[in-house]
Design a protein around this ligand. Sequence first.
Ligand code: CO
Length: 147
Amino acid sequence: MALRDIVSDKDNILRKRSREVTEFNEKLSKLLDDMVETLKKVGGSGLAAPQVGILRRAVIVKDGKDYVEMINPVIISVEGEQLDYEACLSVKNRSCKVSRPKKVKMEYYDRKGKKVINTFEGWEARACCHELDHLDGILFYDKAYKD
Ligand code: CO
């Protein structure tokens, strides 16, 4: 495993759309291991592959003590709304309120290519939405809530 550098929002790569993962191979496992190690080191709620310079649809979301790996994740359904402050490992010294669903039902693949359906609530639901946005070149402050 190795630590990867996290790109800042000054880098245009964070504005690009990431491509689907098509091969569940050793390279993907290495990327996921590195992303988890990097996230553990910097201490955040989640990390998306484009944040380490890889334009592929893969994210890590911290869920309690676990680090959930999501490949080609999609939101199948949402419930409720929550408003809270959000920040990002790629964005220095900035946070703002963002409205997110209270609950999200997600479909994604694990590193072996097995399909998983899982529901996340509260802060983890927020993290899922934030990380998925990264895969489409969206940053949290694009969605800043205006009172
Ligand atoms: Co982020």
